[in-house]
Design a protein around this ligand. Structure first.
Ligand SMILES: *Cc1c(COP(=O)(O)O)cnc(C)c1O
Length: 221
């Protein structure tokens, strides 16, 4: 039996991603593993880097700054997958290669401003609140098209895709299908959807990025 080393855990997840992609008539390379390192101890993150993982997702700007300041190795790609306050836009633009959670005009304005000032432009995904949950971030589906258009044209942001977190107590498939449909009609090619419990379903519905934390690193602190 293989030991539960981070390298083995990563290989096992990559194999499941490849199998799910193949079953959906897609190729494994179309799906990127985003390793969600929020609240994970540094030794696990270092082991994942040593295993060759280069794309990481973080929820909080400040936690990410502390962790990644010393770990800026070649090829590293940092994605912000948690909600962003407008007053942290400067820090986010300085640190992240992608912001996956754009969901309101005020934040669009703040990001556009910082991109201009810093001459550095993270990739942008719009978060859609597919389940219309009041406690959850994201634009509601009915407002998604107009918001995506405004983010691109009024604010000039490089929006390339969409992200969602389905309600915990619902079948995720319909939420993934809805996100894919909104992306298609807006000409967006990146779909960040699927987590530890449902990434294979997300791949079936077109995910190009799966955000996996606990299944990869083990339980969070
Ligand atoms: C924490 C988190 C994940 C990872 O969740 P797991 O269930 O541990 O895979 C993915 N996406 C977002 C937005 C998260 O906050």
């Amino acid at each position: 039996m293989l030991m539960d080393t981070p390298a083995n855990e990563r290989a096992a997840i990559l194999a499941r991603i490849a199998a799910a992609a193949q079953a959906a008539g897609r190729v494994a390379d179309d799906v990127t593993l985003v390793a969600v390192s929020k609240l994970q101890p540094d030794d696990r993150v270092d082991a994942m880097l040593a295993a060759g993982q280069r794309v990481f997702g973080e929820n909080r700007v400040q936690e990410a700054q502390v962790r990644w300041r010393q770990r800026r190795i070649t090829g590293l790609e940092l994605r912000l997958i948690g909600p962003l306050q407008s007053n942290k836009a400067a820090d986010a633009v300085a640190l992240f290669d992608a912001v996956d959670t754009l969901d309101r005009p005020k934040l669009a304005a703040a990001l556009a401003d910082e991109i201009q000032k810093q001459g550095r432009s993270p990739q942008i995904l719009v978060q859609v609140n597919t389940g219309e949950e009041p406690q959850k971030a994201g634009v509601i589906p009915a407002e998604a098209d107009a918001f995506i258009r405004a983010a691109r044209t009024e604010y000039g942001l490089p929006v390339v895709g969409l992200m969602c977190i389905p309600p915990a107590d619902e079948e995720p498939a319909m939420h993934f299908a809805l996100l894919a449909k909104i992306a298609r009609r807006n000409g967006l090619t990146h779909l960040s959807m699927g987590m530890s419990e449902d990434f294979e379903t997300a791949i079936r519905f077109g995910a190009t990025q799966v955000r996996i934390g606990s299944a990869l690193f083990g339980a969070r602190a």
